[in-house]
Write a protein that binds this ligand. Structure first.
Ligand SMILES: Nc1ncnc2c1ncn2[C@@H]1O[C@H](COP(=O)(O)OP(=O)(O)OP(=O)(O)O)[C@@H](O)[C@H]1O
Ligand SMILES: [Mg+2]
Length: 291
């Protein structure tokens, strides 16, 4: 399994196979005031309070506004990280962008920390997706490819509409990203007022429900997934006996036995269903002509 970078969001990593995958692009998509910037700050600080460095590219809020919001949330250590040089906040004015792909990558390259894992944040990326009308796919793809080399990135995308009817400008980044999380706010103050959905999480098992979340002083975003939700995405060893028997049987086939045994072992390590794998294992054995 690829190395995981913890999100720092309470209750989220256990729904995402341990967190973001290292050196990936992760999009936080959602409407106004859903907590996108809070997510970014929490992600940055969680890493900074451990061994990571962070580069925060802000296209909307000034450095002072970010520090103020961060302190209001109770993340008081932000100033210490800036003073120690482990957190850089760069404020660019979105409306001043001319040829974004080159300038953005150059700027990140200049500011990246050497010898440490970099948590990179671009908040919001919306300006870029609006700007890059011509040759959009190529430019965004190049930006993403570069970012993957620099570290593990979170970019936010403002989207007031439903995830199923995204604006044209958002389509390409959502398509090219490794992970997309969708935040929504209905605004009724009910349990499911604020919800998070893991739209995609490449190369990983993940929860597929709608999870309620809250924003709490001192903590930031807290996902309220139930034990049931978590056990749904946590592998179980309840069916080890069935798996081991099938692996043994597979090996009796000279031609595909070893390959199949490896695949069934992988299936075993990822089995998170309450149902027995017996039906599926029999199906595989029949198809592969084992028995
Ligand atoms: N201490 C707090 N306690 C509870 N809720 C808070 C707290 N601080 C912020 N919030 C909630 O978080 C919201 C703003 O979060 P944030 O700025 O992260 O959202 P955003 O999605 O980045 O917004 P924007 O669209 O303005 O970029 C506020 O509108 C408020 O509802
Ligand atoms: Mg914001």
């Amino acid at each position: 399994m690829s190395e995981r970078i913890t999100s720092g969001i309470y209750g989220l990593d256990e729904l995402m196979g341990g967190g973001f995958r290292k050196n990936t692009i992760n999009i936080i998509n959602g409407g106004i005031g859903v907590g996108k910037t809070t997510f970014c700050l929490q992600y940055a600080l969680f890493g900074l309070n451990r061994e990571d460095k962070a580069l925060f590219i802000s296209l909307e809020m000034s450095k002072e506004q970010i520090i103020r919001d961060c302190i209001a949330l109770g993340f008081l250590e932000i100033e210490e990280h800036i003073e120690n040089g482990n957190l850089k906040i760069l404020h660019i004015y979105g409306e001043d962008l001319t040829f974004p792909s080159i300038s953005l990558i150059d700027m990140i390259k200049k500011n990246i920390f050497q010898g440490s894992h970099n948590r990179i944040i671009i908040d919001p990326f919306t300006y870029y997706s609006m700007f890059l009308e011509k040759d959009k796919r190529k430019s965004i793809s190049t930006i993403f490819q570069n970012l993957r080399e620099f570290g593990t990135t979170i970019i936010t995308l403002e989207e007031s509409e439903n995830i199923n009817s995204v604006k044209a400008g958002s389509m390409m980044p959502l398509y090219l990203a490794d992970t997309v999380l969708r935040l929504d706010n209905l605004g009724f103050g009910e349990m499911f007022d604020r919800t998070l959905r893991i739209v995609k999480h490449r190369g990983s098992k993940h929860g597929s429900s709608l999870y309620p979340y809250k924003i709490e002083s001192g903590l930031g975003i807290v996902i309220l997934a139930s034990e049931h939700d978590i056990s749904n995405v946590t592998p179980t060893n309840k069916f080890d006996k069935e798996f081991i028997a099938s692996i043994k049987e597979s090996r009796t086939n000279d031609k595909v036995g070893e390959k199949l045994a490896k695949r069934i072992e992988l299936l075993r390590n990822n089995w998170n269903h309450i149902e027995s794998p017996e039906y599926i294992l029999n199906l595989v054995k029949r198809k592969e002509k084992i028995q």
